[in-house]
Design a protein around this ligand. Structure first.
Ligand code: FRU
Length: 482
């Protein structure tokens, strides 16, 4: 049997991961093994709302084409629903499930939230639950265990979201079963609204510098920059027991966001990715309206896979970059338009665009106040992006983007700092049937927003206000998915 998402309704993405049917939220338990990327996810196979949470499982060799396992791989039991968690390959067999077993740790959620294990000796095709579950029980809400091998002290490390207390708890264990609390991080730091969920902790080199830094991803809901759910992160150090965040010049821990759109949540990474890669995927929706979006056979898609990096911005601070994974380049079909250089004034330059496309460009604002980039269809529905030179930021207005009235929280304008280095702003824009992802040059910012146009956007218009600007290296690629 092959399982593909060919039951295409209008807004089903063409090149983003979606469940075959039913409801999906967080990507979780993701791992890489033997040349395959495994994406598990919070899944309700029985309906398109949040219920019966289980783990679904899709597999890919190229991070683009996903083969869907027809049934849930971890199903609810007497301990509760199967909430988010992580998977790790246990090379030495330290947990007693055999060498190279894939061990998943997840939250069993009923009246309380406790942590359980399941393991697989067939690369996640089937999981067996550990008969000693739960392995960790606290007396307050704690969930979304993120487990990885800590080479600093040769022990397993677990980061657990102490959801209502707005902190991440860090444990260690020799065997994934017996956990010792080492430290906690976060009280009073960063964005504190809502609940803290879905942590991830990993080390990355700093681009262009010699050092390495640790990144703690901390998803929170609500309390995002534009309402509802979003992913904040902290950059700092981890000694195998304690995470400490860097501070800014004034000694404060700054709040930083991984993506400046409304539809990017529960982002975590694949464990064991090759070549030192730190590849993440996020849930492309927002808890404010996820159950109301105008799709039918399925609900929710995941973001494009992204590579994490660390760069130093013109303000002197370190930030995490999000670049589309190199595999995404293979989506490029025909180069339908290429403009090496042209000037921009108040009269818009317009180009036709295919329904599914990648649009790359560089803009040099020069004396202009702003550069406006509009995507529109014949019905007058449009998305308006504005690069504002003075604040070095890009805004994204979807208030007239198409169907927006299913939730009062959907029509919105999002804004991202661009962290431009030099005088050129580089953009990569990915349009699928119901989403737009914008990446700054070298992944300096990312902005992900859902859109539901009644007919596809067919036109790109670019113009400058308050003076002339330059557009260069415009490339419009159609995206084809076989
Ligand atoms: C995040 C989340 C997690 C939880 C899961 C339940 O979106 O609330 O904290 O494990 O969804 O589906």
């Amino acid at each position: 049997d092959t399982f593909d998402t060919s039951n295409r309704e209008k807004f089903r993405p063409a090149y983003h991961h979606t469940p075959l049917y039913g409801w999906m939220n967080d990507p979780n338990g993701m791992f890489y093994k033997d040349g395959e990327w495994h994406l598990c996810y919070q899944w309700n196979p029985y309906g398109s709302k949040w219920q019966n949470l289980s783990w679904g499982h899709s597999v890919s060799r190229d991070l683009i084409h996903w083969e869907h396992r027809p049934d849930a791989v971890i199903e609810p039991d007497g301990l509760g629903m199967i909430f988010s968690g992580s998977s790790a390959v246990d090379r030495s067999g330290s947990a007693g499930f055999g060498k190279d077993a894939v061990v998943a740790m997840y939250t069993s959620a009923a009246a309380s939230q406790i942590q359980s294990l399941a393991w697989s000796d067939d690369n996640g095709e089937t999981f067996t639950k550990y008969d000693g579950n739960p392995v960790l029980t606290l007396d307050s809400e704690a969930r979304d265990p993120n487990m990885f091998w800590g080479a600093e002290r040769n022990v397993w490390i677990l980061v657990l979201a102490h959801a209502l207390d707005h902190e991440m708890l860090i444990f260690s264990s020799p065997d994934m079963k017996d956990w010792t609390l080492e430290s906690s991080f976060g009280r009073g730091l960063g964005a504190q609204d809502g609940v803290w969920e879905c942590p991830d902790l990993f080390e990355l080199p700093v681009n262009g510098e010699s050092g390495k830094k640790w990144v703690l991803l901390c998803n929170l809901n609500p309390g995002g920059p534009f309402g509802g759910s979003a992913t904040q992160y902290f950059i700092g150090d981890f000694d195998g027991k304690t995470f400490t965040s860097d501070t800014d010049d004034s000694g404060k821990v700054p709040t930083k966001w991984l993506d400046y759109g409304k539809d990017h949540y529960a982002t975590v990474s694949f464990s064991d990715a090759p070549d030192g890669r730190r590849t993440v995927i996020g849930w492309m929706s927002n808890w404010q309206y996820a159950p109301e979006v105008p799709t039918m056979q399925f609900r929710s898609a995941n973001t494009l896979p992204r590579e994490m990096g660390i760069f130093r911005a013109p303000d002197g601070q370190l930030y995490v970059s999000s670049t589309p994974s190199p595999e995404v380049d293979a989506l490029r079909g025909a180069l339908v338009k290429s403009v090496s250089k042209t000037s921009l004034g108040s009269k818009a330059r317009t180009y036709s665009i295919p329904e599914l496309c990648e649009i790359d460009m560089e803009i040099s604002p020069k004396k202009a106040e702003s550069v406006e980039i509009e995507l529109s269809n014949a019905a007058g529905e449009k998305v308006v992006m504005v690069y504002d030179a003075k604040s070095d930021s890009l805004s994204f207005d979807r208030r007239k983007s198409g169907i927006v009235d299913f939730s009062q929280d959907f029509p919105a304008v999002t804004v991202s700092p661009a962290y431009t280095d030099g005088d050129k702003v580089g953009l990569r824009i990915f349009i699928d049937r119901s989403s737009i992802e914008v990446f700054g040059k070298d992944g300096r910012f990312a902005m992900t927003n859902l859109v539901f146009p009644n007919s596809p956007y067919s036109r790109l218009s670019v113009r400058a206000t308050g003076g002339s600007a330059r557009l260069s290296d415009l490339k419009i690629y159609s995206i084809t998915v076989e």
